[in-house]
Design a protein around this ligand. Structure first.
Ligand code: PNS
Length: 165
């Protein structure tokens, strides 16, 4: 069975990686699908996010990385997948995820949303938190893959250079 794991991944964290590995052990094929950020200015372009995810997922033989525009359920159907995989970190995720799952079911009743619990180690982790720590000069070691950590540092240094007269 093919599953689609959608998200912004701006940037990916170790929490995302944990979810991808769990999904890859359950489903025959997992497509990690990057959605453009609607209404948010992203730190990384879709192409940059795709490169980071592809590099980190290289060793996972049944995982591929892609991006999509438009409705998630249309993309899922185009890929002949039947399942959307989402991660649940804490109760605070539930309301938002519940609304999205029901909306997606309304749009495409044959597509199921399956929730996997993140590992307790990453239950508090988000891309926003990782970006904030890095922007304020903290270390994100252990929170994001090393290659992502490097890209974050580069991007934030570029921003400092741009803003320094
Ligand atoms: O990582 P995120 O930002 O929580 O991911 C949210 C995402 C990309 C899964 C969600 O915004 C999405 O599905 N976007 C595609 C547009 C869509 O289908 N919207 C209607 C579904 S509620």
């Amino acid at each position: 069975m093919i599953a689609v794991y959608p998200g912004s991944f701006d940037p990916m964290t170790n929490g995302h990686l944990d979810l991808i590995e769990r999904a890859a052990s359950v489903f025959d094929e997992v497509i990690v699908a990057i959605a453009p950020n609607v209404g948010k200015e992203p730190l990384f372009t879709v192409e940059e996010r795709r490169e980071m995810l592809s590099e980190v997922c290289r060793g996972l033989r049944n995982v591929s990385v892609d991006s999509f525009d438009g409705l998630l359920v249309s993309y899922v159907q185009k890929k002949n997948a039947r399942v959307i995989v989402k991660g649940l970190r804490a109760v605070s995720d539930f309301q938002y995820e519940f609304e999205m799952a029901l909306t997606n079911r309304r749009l495409a009743p044959s597509v199921e949303t399956v929730f996997l619990m993140t590992s307790a180690d990453y239950s508090y982790l988000s891309s926003s938190l990782v970006k904030e720590i890095a922007a304020l000069g903290g270390s994100v070691q252990g929170l994001a893959p090393e290659s992502v950590e490097e890209k974050l540092k580069q991007r934030l240094q570029e921003a400092v250079r741009r803003d320094t007269p």
